[in-house]
Ligand binder design. Sequence first.
Ligand SMILES: CC(C)(COP(=O)(O)OP(=O)(O)OC[C@H]1O[C@@H](n2cnc3c(N)ncnc32)[C@H](O)[C@@H]1OP(=O)(O)O)[C@@H](O)C(=O)NCCC(=O)NCCS
Length: 238
Amino acid sequence: MCKESLLICKKKTFQQDQQSTMQTMIYNISLAKYLAYSHKNPIFKLDLSSTLTLMKYFPKVMGEKIYLSPLNVEDAEKLTAWMNDPEIAKNITSQSKVISLNSERARIEAITKTTDEYTFAIIEKSENKILGTIGFAHVNWVHRNAEIWISIGEKEYHGKGYGTDAMKSIVSYGFNVLNLHSLYLNVYDFNVWGQKCYQKCWFKVIGKRREGYFYNGKYHDMIYMDITRKDRETLGEK
Ligand SMILES: CC(C)(COP(=O)(O)OP(=O)(O)OC[C@H]1O[C@@H](n2cnc3c(N)ncnc32)[C@H](O)[C@@H]1OP(=O)(O)O)[C@@H](O)C(=O)NCCC(=O)NCCS
C-alpha cells in the first residue's frame, strides 16, 4: 500500500455522509498500513493520528453541514473550556457554576453509559470537528414532549448557519424518529442570535418569565418558545 492510497482514503472516504461501518473498515485498513509502514516513514504516523481523530464520531443524525454523533469522554476538555467561557456561559446558565474537567468527564461518562440520554456532539462534516453539543432534556413519553437545548462552543463557527442546521436536524429526529409531539426551550432576552436561530427553525414565542435570570448585575427576561408537530407540517417540513 502506498502513501497515495492513504491520502485518497482520508480525503474521499471521510468527506460527507459516511456511515460508521465504512469508517470502521477504513480505520482497520489505516491501522494495518500504519503498522506496516510507520517505522519507515514518519508521515504515516501523522496520517494515522488524524485518522484516529476522525474516527471518534459516528454520524447518527444528518444535517447539511453537520451531523450529530454520540459524545466521547475525550471531548470533556473542550466542553469544560466552553462551559467556563463567559461569552458562551452567559447563554447557557453555566456562568454561575465552576465546572471542572473531572466533573465534566464524570457527567459525560454517565451520559455515555445510558441509552436514555439524548445528548449529541455537533460535528462539522468536512473536518469531522466537534463544534458544540445539542440535545433533549426532560423527555416525557406520556405527553410526548421534550425540552431542546443547543450550545456551539467554537466561537469562530458562530453565525455561519451551523446552529440552524443542527436545530433543524434534531427537530426532525425528535418528530420523525422519537415520535415526539412538541418541543420547547427557553432563551434569555439578550441572546438575539439564539432567538433568531429558533425562529428560523419554526419555533414560536409563547411567553416570557419576567426578570427570571440574573446576569451581569441585572435581571433579564426568559423567553419561552415551542413548536408542535402540526406547526412543522403546516410549513411543509417533514
Ligand atoms: C445561538 C446559537 C445556537 C446560534 O447558532 P449560530 O450557528 O451561531 O447561528 P446561525 O448562523 O444558524 O444563525 C441564525 C440567525 O442568527 C442571526 N445571527 C447569526 N449571526 C449573527 C450575528 N453575528 N449578528 C446578529 N445576528 C446573527 C441571523 O439572523 C441568523 O439568521 P440568517 O442566517 O438568516 O441571517 C449559537 O450561536 C450558540 O450556540 N451560541 C452560544 C450558546 C448559546 O447561545 N446557546 C443557546 C442558548 S438558548
